[in-house]
Design a protein around this ligand. Sequence first.
Ligand code: PGA
Length: 253
Amino acid sequence: MTYNLKPKTYIFGNWKMYLGFDESNILVHALLQQKYVADNMCIAIFPSALAIREVAMAAQDTPIAVGAQNVNWNPKGAYTGEVSAHMFKDVGCTYALIGHSERRHIFGESNEDVRKKLEACVDVGLIPVLCIGETKEDREAGKTQYRLKKQLMKALDGLDMRGGQLIIAYEPVWAIGTGDACLPDDARDVIGWIREEVKLYQSGIVPVLYGGSVSGDNVVSYVSQTEIDGVLVGGASSTYDTFSTLISRVISK
Ligand code: PGA
């Protein structure tokens, strides 16, 4: 396969609820030992809310950025158990995942909630990573574009990014954590379509990543596609061996 590293390839690691405080710190320090050069790569990790401040402090002024897995849209107040976009920004986050499939499907997050979270990110200067994806039922019913169109429209129609960056992650629900990754050519086609769709709402460059069972073994087949700007990795980002292997496969290609 011929492969040219793009001007920027995004490798984002969503640590979900996999790692405790100590485990998160051990992993960030191990990754920092690698001294990745960030010129043509953009690496970010998304630790639990508990570990985020410590991880962000360790990664400060390094090529590894840090993001939140979820935000509350209110700046502060009586919202038990929640953490605001503002608070994440305050402790050194650059990014926030918004509308991740597990938030939508396990915690009932609606397209309206997603929109409010995006606006909160813009308000505080966090770069939102808007996650969208169809379910298996959508796909089998030929409704992939319908589902994605709706998620994009509700999230982006009339949204003023005020010059800030937006990133989109295409994560088919059926591919997340299942080992059943979307075929690279299918991901490329859907992402090509997403790019066109996003132009209806946003001018400027909006990177689009693929996520869903990405591993060291298949990462190159995604990032080698011109349409795909990078990957959002869950399980394989949560151990040093799997994540460092994945990153080195991208670098060495
Ligand atoms: P996975 O998760 O890599 O474990 O499939 C991806 C994600 O949820 O972002």
